[in-house]
Design a protein around this ligand. Structure first.
Ligand code: NAP
Length: 342
């Protein structure tokens, strides 16, 4: 039995070579079936567009299985329960989970891959649950605090500073009494992180030398580098690290669309000289403690000491172009696709 509803979806049509192209996607439409016992039907309101999605499109071993050809593209999102035969979920509930790039999600409410949990729209506007109160915020919070181990007075450098993870890293570091220097593309983004978010300085890597900027803004060297971009910027920061520095490998967006091998750090012997360490982080490892990060950051948001910026693109049909915004620096803040009105 089907309902009168239709579900539009983006499915992976081909594994991209380099930057994803429109032909890597197939736009499909199918009827929504009736829900069975234990099921919920969720209407997608917002989807989180993340650099990691590029990795999920590749074949090969990673921290999560690749999206299969013809499968609906994986994406986290926020939706409203519009039908329920599941204990604990009622029509009108707002949930966060892996909804996929589609208008509706249907299935067992306890599906582990969807990993639904309820969110409270009274605590914060819904897009914040895909930013500081969601996956990017948890990455920043646990990555900085548990891998970076910041101490008051230390200097923290973060790349991708105006983006979803970077914004929060810098502000959490300020909460811990650190000096914070961002690295971002363009004057507007640099002005934003300094003037609006309270970073101490920001280096515009598209127009200025990162090495000169680090010399000028990190006079005492770099104790923590939160790396979102990899590539040349990582190498430049390695030349300025202090004894016992911590480098958090969160991502390497400059390398995700390479058609040649990933550029690894040439200056890695700086780790030896400085008895420093480089450590990766995968946010999902902290899932059982997200509530701790959410509670503290929601408090900072209420107090006005944690600000976030979202960049919301309208319309499911704009998904392919919206995703490419991330790799061209066209997003200004956490990139979100609004699929339906609240
Ligand atoms: N390990 C984990 O668990 C985890 C979780 C979430 C995210 N991440 C990683 O964290 C990083 C940031 O993710 P996000 O969601 O916060 O994205 P984002 O920063 O909101 O958006 C991506 C930004 O990356 C920058 N960028 C794009 N191409 C670049 C290049 N070639 N060189 C330098 N910068 C470039 C652009 O900013 P500019 O305009 O400033 O260049 C762009 O706006 C990504 O590497 C992502 O994969 C990891």
């Amino acid at each position: 039995m089907t309902t009168t509803l239709t579900n539009q979806q983006f499915r992976l049509a081909a594994r991209p070579v380099g930057m994803p192209k429109p032909t890597d996607w197939r736009f499909t439409s199918e009827p929504v079936r009736e829900i069975a016992d234990g099921d919920i039907l969720v209407k997608t309101l917002y989807l989180s567009l993340d650099p990691a999605m590029r990795g999920w499109m590749n074949e090969g071993k990673s921290y999560i299985r690749p999206v299969a050809i013809d499968e609906v593209m994986r994406a986290g999102g926020i939706g409203r329960v519009v039908a329920s035969k599941a204990f604990g979920f009622k029509v009108g509930d707002i949930v966060s989970g892996s909804l996929g790039v589609q208008q509706y999600w249907i299935g067992a409410a306890n599906d582990k891959t969807a990993a639904f949990y309820k969110v409270d729209p009274k605590v914060a506007p819904l897009p914040k649950y895909l930013n500081a109160l969601g996956m990017p915020g948890m990455t920043a919070y646990f990555g900085l605090l548990e891998v970076g181990l910041p101490k008051a007075g230390e200097t923290v450098v973060v790349s991708g500073a105006a983006g979803a993870v970077g914004q929060t890293v810098g502000q959490v570091a300020k909460h811990k009494g650190c000096r914070v220097v961002g690295i971002a593309g363009g004057k507007d983004k640099c002005d934003f992180v300094v003037d609006e978010l309270g970073f101490d300085a920001c280096i515009d890597y598209k127009n200025d030398s990162v090495k000169d900027g680090l010399k000028a803004h990190c006079p005492n060297g770099v104790d923590i580098y939160f790396d979102n971009v990899g590539g040349q910027i990582l190498d430049d920061v390695l030349t300025r690290i202090n004894m016992k520095a911590r480098i958090i490998i969160c991502g390497a967006i400059s390398q995700y669309n390479n058609t040649t091998p990933v550029k690894g750090p040439a200056n890695y012997l700086s780790l030896l000289v400085n008895r420093a360490r480089m450590e990766g982080i995968v946010v999902f490892d902290y899932a059982d403690r997200y509530h701790v990060g959410v509670a503290e950051m929601a408090k900072w948001m209420r107090e006005g000491s944690l600000k976030t910026r979202e960049d919301i693109v309208q319309g499911l049909e704009n998904f392919p172009d919206a995703l490419s915004m991330l790799f061209e620096g066209r997003n200004f803040g956490k990139l979100i696709l609004q699929v339906a009105a609240e």
